[in-house]
Design a binder for this molecule. Structure first.
Ligand code: C2O
Ligand code: CU
Length: 478
């Protein structure tokens, strides 16, 4: 099946003809040309006006990048925007100079210029790409796409689907509400929008067939919206988080929690009745639940009488296992936000200008990590808060002392999640984006094996811009 055909299936066209029964495996490619460019998109359906967006290759979501585990990839990114940009390959463990953080890992790509990203993805799984330059606005205007790194051996499913979820703040006229970086929002939950799209459009229904097994890759590409998805009448099984396989398990209370920038791969055996529809509900915010889409079963007999017998386990990625007996311990404490003392006073501030009116109510940054606030986006002169010797096992205790949720993203590494609020986390979970509830204390561990200066920040992008960002150094010199 061609990549285009796959995208059409993913785009949720309600197919009236039979769905392809075979595993959908578009050919991965090792070379991509990706142009950041303005375009127009019909996000909210035919009845609503088009929206001016910024895109990768003219579409929302941007071009799907399919790579193969362990095979070198080359991606030429051209900038046709009127401002600088970069591309960050979120969650992929790649060399530091390919990480896409302006000032820290590469010079920004100026308008009209190109940059070649070359890396060999070590891990199979679901990742995504987005700018790291003026990223609150650039992501908020649509610059984002998925990266699927294929396993060496095909996984036994009938269809492999992607739901690339994004949240937009649209005006009545179909425009994107300007004024990114509202200081009040930045100190609270961030820029949560009013329109959620699935593969680039508001979805009424996604066609499925009774009896099929679907691998469903969820990506939350929102600026700030946390999601909690429930699949009425179904029992999805989580098989990977942030691209990294875990022990297959059903989510607690049937709700799949998906913070901004997180990915979850599900396996779903479609056990509903032919011809019926089942809601997919996001009920994260109290009193603001909405129907993301519906699973619309085709008429016609089930594909098979009993669920596939094949195992739900995905092959593990080659992640270095931290040695818990010799870990070096560090703490990262998140502070600030509305309802904290920090909003009333200053707080230490470090680095880079680009405040863009993102100050806290007291005139300082709204957030900090370990008492320091790096503000804006990636920029030169970001001094590391912690330095690790290459190869050391590191245990981080992350404390959220704020009253708000934060999806904390660490570049260049995946972190083994050990415990949350003193309770061991089961299912051998690894994450690159750790969603922290208010007051959570989470212990993670990883091997600092990837040399370079790596950003760690909240992926609620107005939080990042207003101080919830730092840099961790892995010293490669010995
Ligand atoms: Cu997806 Cu530093 O980001
Ligand atoms: Cu945050």
């Amino acid at each position: 099946m061609s990549r285009r055909a796959l995208l059409q299936v993913c785009a949720g066209l309600l197919l009236t003809t039979a769905l392809p029964a075979g595993a959908v495996r578009a050919a991965p490619s090792t070379g991509y040309r990706i142009t950041a460019t303005p375009a127009r998109a019909r996000l909210a359906g035919l009845a609503r006006p088009e929206t001016d967006v910024w895109t990768y290759n003219g579409t929302v979501a941007g071009s799907l990048v399919r790579l193969r585990q362990g095979v070198p990839a080359r991606l030429v990114v051209k900038n046709r925007l009127s401002q600088e940009t970069t591309v960050h390959w979120h969650g992929i463990r790649l060399p530091n100079e390919m990480d896409g953080v302006p000032g820290l890992t590469q010079p920004p790509i100026k308008p009209g210029e190109s940059f070649v990203y070359e890396f060999t993805p070590p891990d199979a799984g679901t990742f995504w790409y987005h700018p790291h330059s003026n990223s609150l606005e650039q992501l908020g205007r649509g610059l984002a796409g998925a990266v699927i790194v294929e396993e060496r051996e095909a996984v036994a499913v009938d269809r492999d689907l992607l739901w690339f979820l994004a949240d937009w703040r649209l005006t009545e006229g179909g425009g994107i509400t300007a004024r990114f970086g509202n200081r009040m929002e930045a100190a609270m939950s961030g820029r949560v929008g009013n329109t959620v799209t699935l593969n680039g459009r508001v979805s009424e229904a996604e066609a499925v067939r009774a009896g099929e097994r679907v691998r469903l890759r969820l990506v939350n590409a929102s600026l700030a919206r946390v999601m909690a998805l429930r699949f009425d009448g179904h029992r999805p099984v989580i098989v990977a988080i942030d691209g990294q396989p875990c022990d297959p398990h059903e989510p607690a209370a049937g709700r799949i929690l998906l913070g901004p920038a997180m990915r979850v791969d599900l396996m779903i055996d479609m056990q509903g009745e032919p011809g019926r529809r089942y809601g997919v509900i996001d009920d994260f915010y109290d009193g603001l639940s909405y129907r993301l889409t519906e699973l619309a079963y085709e008429e016609g007999p089930p594909l098979r009488a009993h669920p596939l017998a094949a195992s739900l386990d995905l092959p593990r990625n080659p992640l270095p296992e931290p040695d818990l007996a010799t870990t070096e311990r560090h703490e990262l404490t998140l502070q600030g936000g509305m309802m904290s003392g920090m909003m009333m006073g200053g707080g230490g501030m470090q680095g880079g200008g680009m405040m863009h009116g993102m100050m806290g109510m007291g005139g300082g940054p709204a957030w900090s990590i370990n008492g320091l606030s790096m503000t804006g986006d990636g920029h030169a002169g970001m001094a590391p808060a912690l330095t690790f010797q290459r190869g050391r096992s590191i245990m981080l205790t992350m404390r959220n002392e704020t009253a708000w949720w934060h999806p904390m993203h660490f570049h260049g590494h995946s972190m083994r999640v050990l415990s949350r609020n003193g309770v061991a986390v089961p299912h051998r979970q690894w994450q690159d984006t750790l969603l922290m509830a208010p007051k959570d204390v989470v212990e993670v561990a990883f091997v600092a094996d990837n040399p370079g200066d790596w950003m760690l920040h909240c992926h609620v992008l107005d939080h990042q811009m207003s101080g919830m960002m730092t840099v961790l150094r892995v010293d490669g010199s010995n």
